[in-house]
Write a protein that binds this ligand. Sequence first.
Ligand code: UT7
Length: 325
Amino acid sequence: MGARIRGTGSFLPERRVTNDELAASVDTSDEWIVQRTGIRERHLLGEDELPSDMGKAAAERALEAGRLTGADIDLLIAATNFPDMICPGSAPFIAEGLGLGNTPFFDLTGGCTGFVYSIAVADGLIRAGSFERVLVIGLEALSRVTDWNDRKTCVLFGDGAGAAILEPGDEGEGVLSSALFADPEKTLLLHMPAGGTRLPPSGETIGEGEHFLKMEGSGVFKSAAPMMERATLAALEKAGLGLEDVDWIVPHQANLRIIRSLTRRLGFPSDRVIVNLDRVANTSTASIPIALDEAIRSGRIGPGDVVVMTAFGAGVTYGSVVIRI
Ligand code: UT7
């Protein structure tokens, strides 16, 4: 018996920044950003807001949608790459804010695939009977690790959080399959050099800008669509389904050209793909749960629909989950 979604929620910070506003401080233009990425604006965390505040807000909306309270949650998984504190992460702050008491929690670092990885983990734990109700949150505040003078990265990212509550489903509903992959040979395509135990913070690392996210954009770009294609076909095969059975694909929202390349490769209709990156940009591990929540709330995705969530990201990691809503 797989895990079904009981409720979803999402949160975007109030501050909205358009491409034109960015172009006022770095050498870029609305035209370049729209043509190369599809992004028009993004939401950024305010100075007095925390990543865990976003996670908590998204979780509260998911609880409300599922007509549940914090007392109904048995496990919290916070998927994030840049937590409130490297130790002890973001999950404890979210748990405290939600009043989860002694409910266990952990952060999961899986690049932008973190939410997909977390859904697969939660599904496994629910299938095993270890937990009844799991709150999975994808939250990311990339603005806090972005070099705002680097036009190759700063135009791409936004902040946000999305959440889903999973619980045991009936036969044939909920998570039908998942297929997770990784490629450690591509690890340095996307990384933050300093701040961990490999290269602890020092005056030198700060001076060299090594606490910012570094990305080899074209390397990521070339790998992204083939990786999501492979994971999607593998997950569908495990579920005993074909692409013709899929109602919606909810892909990681990194670049519209990557999403179009994926749908071309799969031969899947692009109007059955959820895209919101024009408004929210790339929110890393939050991108899929935000897009999913928006699509469910607007009624585009409805009960019984077969949905593929697919992502790629730092690590590199990639993977897909097939779920019947
Ligand atoms: O969650 C996963 C994280 N990352 C991604 O998914 C990113 C994947 N990669 C991409 O989306 C694309 O590679 C980018 C959007 C980052 C770049 O697009 P591209 O079509 O691969 O451009 P490029 O890197 O080949 O750069 C083309 C030109 C360069 O100028 P020259 O060398 O041809 O003169 C860049 O310097 O565009 C220039 N450029 C810009 N120009 C204006 C790069 N960034 C910008 C910018 N504004 N923001």
